[in-house]
Design a protein around this ligand. Structure first.
Ligand SMILES: NC(=O)c1ccc[n+]([C@@H]2O[C@H](COP(=O)([O-])OP(=O)(O)OC[C@H]3O[C@@H](n4cnc5c(N)ncnc54)[C@H](O)[C@@H]3O)[C@@H](O)[C@H]2O)c1
Length: 363
């Protein structure tokens, strides 16, 4: 094709579906025979601005599985961006393939040309299977890639502000639960001390909390022990969850909050950086039933998307950090609304996000 846009690109518009305040605006399929690129971009909404969300590179078993994932992920990004106060709609891309073997420079460039053909309706960043260095390559072929390296004018690693935002969310939970935002004297259990968890531990220790950590990686634990010798290490997540915690902070993979975890958890607050913490929707009500205050994951872990959104304006760490500080107020609003309306905080968070999207769509 003369423009270099992958062949077999087609757009599909979906009608409204139950439970969604808006339909997906657009779902675009792209492929490039020469490089093996197969991609689906989901644009849930552009009411607040260009759709923003990462690119997941994953060996999906089939196209239907990839489509289901991109529809869910792009919808979730719309809620996260709206609640974070960003002027961005929600979008996501999935590339079907094994990032270890299928990710080549040519494929990423073809992907960049594909994104360019969407004219900025969707802006991408990193997600599972894609990294800052990949966005540097994609960004050579499109204006619509963010989350690039500092050397390329980008903001670099987003985990610094993600952790900072989680810390602000946790302070808001502390204020709600105990009347003071300080975590001094509280015991916080952090499960997963990778990029986000490790930075979070630094904030917690700095605030005077006692911190218990766990990770399946000895390397990750060694790095935390080196940074913060005062932390205690639990042998497993099961051991950490059952400990006498004030706050449990899931910072590893999704589905940390299962029925079993909620049953044994002794913490008053759950607030962590991991995405998709609820193993299934009913866990939100189970947490309320046990009197545990759960800060919705997508509310408190928005620091990363705040950072990549800022990069689009020419990155200013201070400006992005100031915006991420707003996670304190947003979390406080979510918890207050939950109490006022007698619903779980996840429901309150969804309502606040929906109000903003609906107001923008009607404007
Ligand atoms: N990095 C960001 O900016 C960002 C933004 C928003 C959300 N998140 C989410 O935060 C979470 C952590 O992201 P990250 O960037 O720190 O990833 P990471 O891969 O750097 O860290 C994850 C850590 O969890 C550990 N882990 C994996 N399974 C575990 C288990 N069963 N028990 C204990 N530890 C386990 C890993 O060994 C690793 O050290 C993920 O769910 C991610 O989706 C990250």
């Amino acid at each position: 094709m003369p423009t270099g846009v992958p062949e077999r690109s087609r757009a599909r518009v979906f009608g409204p579906h139950p439970g969604a305040p808006h339909a997906h605006e657009q779902v675009v399929f792209g492929a490039d025979e020469a490089t093996g690129l197969r991609v689906i971009v989901g644009i849930y909404s552009t009411a607040l601005g260009p759709a923003l969300g990462g690119t997941r590179f994953h060996p999906y078993a089939c196209e239907d599985a990839a489509l289901a994932d991109v529809l869910e992920l792009s919808r979730a990004m719309a809620y996260k961006n709206a609640l974070a106060g960003l002027d961005h709609g929600g979008g996501k891309a999935v590339i079907i393939g094994d990032p270890a073997t299928d990710k080549t420079e040519d494929l990423l460039l073809a992907y960049g040309r594909f994104l360019e053909s969407l004219g900025g309706r969707y802006v991408t960043a990193c997600d599972v299977g894609t990294y800052v260095a990949d966005m540097d390559v994609v960004g050579r072929a499109t204006r619509f890639a963010t989350g690039r390296s500092e050397g390329q004018g980008g903001a670099g690693d987003s985990s610094v502000l993600t952790a900072y935002g989680v810390f602000q969310g946790m302070r808001a939970c502390a204020a709600h639960a105990w009347g003071t935002p300080s975590l001094r004297g509280r015991t916080v259990g952090v499960a997963g001390v990778g990029k986000v968890g490790r930075h979070l531990v630094g904030h917690l220790v700095g605030d005077g909390a006692s911190v218990l950590v766990t990770d399946v990686s000895e390397q990750a634990l060694d790095a935390v022990r080196r940074d913060q010798p005062a932390v205690t290490v639990a042998a497993s997540t099961q051991e950490l969850v059952a400990a006498d915690l004030d706050v449990y902070s899931p910072c590893a993979l999704g589905h940390a909050l299962t029925d079993e975890v909620v049953r044994v958890l002794r913490a008053t607050v759950v607030c962590g950086g991991a995405n998709n913490q609820l193993a299934h929707p009913a866990v939100a009500a189970a947490l309320v039933g046990r009197g545990i205050l759960y800060a919705p994951d997508y509310c408190v872990n928005a620091g990363g998307v705040i950072q990549v959104a800022d990069e689009l304006r020419g990155f200013s760490f201070e400006r992005a950090r100031a915006k991420a500080s707003g996670i304190f107020d947003t979390t406080a609003r979510v918890l207050a609304l939950a109490e006022e309306e007698g619903v779980a905080p996840v429901v309150a968070a969804d309502r606040l996000a929906e109000r903003r999207m609906t107001a923008a769509a009607g404007a």
